[in-house]
Ligand binder design. Sequence first.
Ligand code: PEP
Ligand code: MG
Length: 327
Amino acid sequence: ERQGLKSLRKLPAVTRDGTSITLMANLELPRDLDHALEHGAQGIGLLRTEFMFMNRDHLPDEDEQYAVLRTMIEGMGGRTVTARTMDLGGEKLAGWMAGRYGEPANPALGLRAIRLGLREPKLLETQLAAMLRAGAHGPLRILLPMIGSVSEVQKVREMMGQVARRLRRRGVAIADPLPPVGVMVEVPGAALSADALAYAADFFAIGTNDLTQYTLAIDRADEQVATLYDPLHPAVLRLIQFTIEAALRARITVSVCGEIAGDPRYSALLLGLGVRELSMAPLSVPAVKKRIRSLDLMEASRRARVIMDQSDSGRIATLLDDFNAIL
Ligand code: PEP
Ligand code: MG
C-alpha cells in the first residue's frame, strides 16, 4: 500500500468530476522540506515559524529569520509558501516568555500568537521584515494566527506597510507586490465574524485544532478530556461551514489546515462544504489525494447537507463512514 500511495505523487489531486483540489503541507523546519516535496505537496499551506523561536535562549534576528524563510521558499521551487507569524504561547511556550511575562493564568486564553506580536511590536516587525525580504525570492503568503477581530488584522497591515516603506528606503529588495495577508480562523468569535473578516483578509485558513478546543472548551493538550475533543461536534462543523460560506461570498480562498485536513475520512465533508484547498502533515498527502480522486463533488455536497442537518456527532461519524465505505 505504501508503494501504491507513493505512485500517487505525480498524479493530480482532482475529483472524479474534474475539480482540482490544492493539497499543501504543514511544515515546521527546513529539514522537513524534502518530505513535503516527496509526498507531492503543491506548496506549504502552514509554516509554523514559532519553531524558530523555541528551545533556545536568544531570539532569532531578522537576518536569521530571513535566511530560513528564503531557504524554504527557494526549496519549494516556485510553489507557494504560507508563513504564519509566530504562534507562541498556549501550549507552545518559549522559555523567555515566562521570564518576561510570568506564568500565564490560562495559557490558551492568554498572551498568545498575534496578541503577543501586537504587545511586542519589535518582535512582529522583525518577523514581518524577514518575511517581506524572503518574499522577493518566490511566492509567499503571510498568515496571522489566533485573530479575534478585524482591528487586529488592520493593525498588522499598518505595521507591514511601515516595515515595507522602511526597507524600501534602505534599498532592500522586498516582495512586490506585498504578500497576501491571511487570517487563521481558529477562535469561535472569529468564525462568527467571518463575514467581516473576509473583507479584511486576502485568504482564510481554518485551524480546526484550536477551533475545536475553543468551541468545546476542551484543552487540546489535556489527556483527561481527550475523549471529549471532537472536531465532528455539530457546533464546530457549523462554525466551519459559516466561515467557508463567508469566504466564498467574498471570493477569497479558504483552506483547512487543522489535523482533520490530513484525515481522508473528512475529505468528502470538507469538499462538500466548499473547501478546495487543504494543508496537512506531508505524510498525509498521498492518502488524502487518493480519497479525493475517488470523490464526486455533487455527491459530496449532497452528503454534506445531510450531515449538517444532524445534531449528534456519533451519527455524523456514522454517516461519514457510510459514505467513505461506498466511494
Ligand atoms: C490549528 O489550530 O488547527 C492549527 C492548524 O494551528 P496549530 O495546530 O499550530 O495551533
Ligand atoms: Mg492553532
